[in-house]
Design a protein around this ligand. Sequence first.
Ligand code: DC
Length: 222
Amino acid sequence: MSFIVAIDGPAGAGKGTITKLVGQKLGLVNIDTGATFRCVALNMIQEHIDITEEEKIREMLNKMNIEMHPDGKIFLNGEEVTKRIRENDVNKFVSPISVLSIVRNKLLEVQRKIAEGKNVIMEGRDIGTVVFPNADVKIYLDATPEERARRRVIQNQEKGIECSYEEVLAGIKDRDKRDSTRKIAPLKKAEDAIYVDSTNLSVEQVVEKIIEIIKEVTKKKS
Ligand code: DC
């Protein structure tokens, strides 16, 4: 039997950083489901497949193999793509392809399989609502769009990527709208998820708060 912590929330809320740290502290396997959507987007770019070509997408998905290694490295069809899936062309393509039911159905299978038999902390948009509606602990991690844009600009500066705050903020608002208004598995808080607003909290404070919630919820359930 596995123990599952689901962390959902919008782009830039800090899910990646927080999930990794909480996972390390509690000995949970960290699974980034956004990376699986990014692998599909990259595979489509590599094979020059357009979003309207359903039959080609189906064939590609049937052959596709995604591996997530414990050290955080991600492999697509045997090739390491850990950094490649964070590049701009993938950033732009991933949200549009994540609305396709054929893609979501396939990845639902992939994500459940990756978690099988393990104790995991899984981050995404629909983990507590669709992928694992019976997760042991559900958290919805949020922050204002302005704060998320501010953090993303700092991250980009650290990586040497030039961008304006206005441009990043507009991108975040656009992605929020797409992710939360799509018909299948939209981004929304599960009714039984605990809401954490990280706008005015440091990374350490959020990690502490989430560990506290996980401990409290599991104590109540046992
Ligand atoms: O978390 P991220 O930025 O790497 O996610 C990339 C895209 O994948 C995001 O635009 C929404 C989509 N996604 C999704 O639809 N469902 C998930 N569980 C995770 C990501």
